[in-house]
Design a binder for this molecule. Structure first.
Ligand code: IPE
Ligand code: IPE
Ligand code: MG
Length: 228
């Protein structure tokens, strides 16, 4: 039997290509992608009973995109939060955010902070949104936060405690949609022993069945963590 799945993380990729295939604009791909999230979360939490889910929503490199697209993504995030905060509370889902929030608009930051506060005491289900997240930036801010004394004798756990993901288990399984087989600056150190699963399915088409295939693949794998 494999290590139980405590933390599943998704690199939600392929919204743009999904839209292009249908003759739609990239923004419509993001809208369709955002609509998939609730179903996936319900299946992860209620059917598979996985306590930690992380969604890569916006990377530190995604600022290279056209302004209209960035705006659309952040509008979707704002709407998603507004529409779902009641359901997080009702379903006792704790919301966390990883990433550098300084660059976000004040209203979005306020909404995120309020949602995190309102759900902070829930401890059985955690949804983490990676927004303006980049693993390299995470490592740098962690190191810069340490004093010279702390640095001298630094242990791994002490550094990891300064990451955005402090007190979160490392992801057991990272799923990336759309056929790309890379991590794109996502949880680079936390994924040291993660299982990786890549599917050709574009994120807006990623449904319960596609999720089940990913988890079933994970359950068949043998994790050794360097042992035999
Ligand atoms: C993922 O879909 C969403 C974000 C990166 C915010 P993409 O927008 O990257 O879609 P493709 O890769 O261009 O198809
Ligand atoms: C990774 O997807 C970031 C998110 C899914 C938020 P990208 O589409 O930005 O990654 P690359 O550029 O193809 O590596
Ligand atoms: Mg992409």
């Amino acid at each position: 039997m494999n290590t139980p799945l405590k933390h599943i993380a998704f690199i939600m990729d392929g919204n743009g290509r999904w839209a292009k295939q249908r003759g739609l604009g990239r923004t419509e791909g993001h809208t369709a992608g955002a609509q998939r999230v609730s179903d996936v979360l319900t299946r992860v939490f209620d059917h598979w009973h996985i306590p930690f889910v992380t969604l890569y929503a916006f990377s530190t490199e995604n600022w290279k995109r056209p302004a209209y697209e960035i705006k659309a993504i952040f509008n979707l995030l704002t709407c998603y939060l507004k529409n779902n905060i009641d359901s997080f509370v009702e379903n006792k889902i704790r919301l966390r955010v990883i990433g550098n929030l300084d660059a976000l608009s004040k209203p979005l930051r306020t909404n995120l902070e309020m949602a995190m506060q309102q759900t902070a005491t829930f401890d059985t289900r955690t949804l983490t949104l990676a927004i303006n997240y980049g693993a390299r930036e995470e490592v740098l801010q962690a190191i810069k936060s340490l004093s010279a004394d702390e640095l001298k004798d630094l242990q791994w756990d002490q550094l990891a405690a300064r990451f955005y993901t402090a007190n979160m288990p490392d992801p057991d399984l990272i799923v990336r949609t759309s056929g790309e087989q890379r991590l794109s600056n996502f949880l680079l150190l936390q994924s040291a022993y993660s299982e990786l699963y890549f599917t050709e399915t574009f994120w807006p088409d990623f449904d319960g069945h596609a999720l089940d295939l990913a988890i079933e693949s994970y359950l068949k794998r043998k994790r050794r963590f360097g042992g035999v």
